[in-house]
Write a protein that binds this ligand. Structure first.
Ligand code: FE2
Length: 294
């Protein structure tokens, strides 16, 4: 991993916010040397049956940032989530900060622009975001240097964000007893996911890893933090030196048994627009349901 600027001496303070409705963990990442922070993978609440979008989870994060007197510099999406709505623009409106995602968002926008039959008003150039990251790009959070690792496979635009000794892996990995995320969405690929996981596992053993999701397998309590060493030793999908071929067979068999995420249809339409709800021709917020397409 010598090509990435790993700096284990920087130790950001990581504040998790678990969302029970979608089993997502959002984070405030705070620079211990200044008042700067970032938000990673925020959540907007949705009652899909009622078409009602609310902001309780995001409001808790906003309140925490204000109470601590922090300055929000970045609102990071590790990828286009298919199971929850991003609160990025809502948080940006209240607190500022730049919204960033992987540069391959263009591929995701092209794929789902077709699936949702979007018109030409839906730009497929990533311009809804303030920053598009490529592999190895660096950015600052106060005095902390952060960098990205391109980790596709779950989706084509997945990035792992490394901030000092803390890596935010998105859905590249789950906790060791959860294994890995599915790789069967349009643009997903189990073999590519395996290669991306190897990049994460080549970070230093002591690197703290923060998950985007946890489902509490076997009735254990919800957890979100582990290390590279723990993943290498114990991950049920890739630990113990499992080969690429073994992983692909296991991942594809498991994916074939999974239902679509409950919120995939609203999530994709919103998240491919950096968290903005699409509007109909009269300017009213409106979601579509493509029938027998996904
Ligand atoms: Fe995901």
């Amino acid at each position: 991993m010598s090509s990435y600027p790993v700096n284990m001496q920087t130790r950001p303070e990581v504040q998790p916010f678990f969302d029970e409705a979608t089993n997502t963990i959002s984070y405030i990442v705070r620079d211990p040397g200044s008042d700067a922070c970032a938000v990673i993978d925020s959540v907007m609440d949705i009652d899909y049956a009622a078409g009602r979008i609310t902001s309780d989870h995001a409001d808790r994060m906003i309140a925490a940032i204000r109470e601590q007197g922090l300055r929000l510099e970045w609102i990071i999406e590790t990828h286009v989530h298919a199971d929850h709505l991003s609160a990025a623009p809502y948080i940006q409106e209240k607190l500022g900060g730049k919204i960033g995602i992987g540069a391959n968002i263009l591929t995701v926008q092209d794929t789902f622009g077709k699936i949702f039959n979007e018109g030409t008003e839906f730009q497929r150039d990533g311009s809804q975001f303030d920053a598009l990251f490529n592999d190895g790009d660096s950015y600052k959070i106060g005095g902390m240097e952060a960098f990205t690792i391109y980790t596709p496979g779950h989706t084509p635009a997945c990035m792992t964000h490394v901030i000092g000794d803390a890596a935010f892996v998105g859905d590249t990995l789950f906790m060791p007893d959860g294994g890995s995320a599915r790789a069967d969405f349009p643009g997903g690929d189990a073999g590519v996911l395996y290669d991306s996981i190897q990049k994460v596992l080549s970070l230093p053993d002591e690197m703290r890893l923060f998950m985007c999701h946890d489902y509490g397998p076997n009735d254990r309590e919800i957890r979100w933090e582990t290390t590279v060493a723990e993943q290498k030793a114990h991950n049920i999908h890739v630990g113990g030196g499992r080969t690429r071929e073994e992983f692909v067979a296991l991942r594809e068999a498991r994916d074939a048994s999974l239902d679509m995420p409950r919120l995939i249809i609203p999530s994709l339409q919103v998240n491919m627009r950096a968290g903005e709800v699409p509007k109909d021709r009269d300017g009213r917020p409106m979601l579509k349901v493509p029938v027998n397409t996904l």
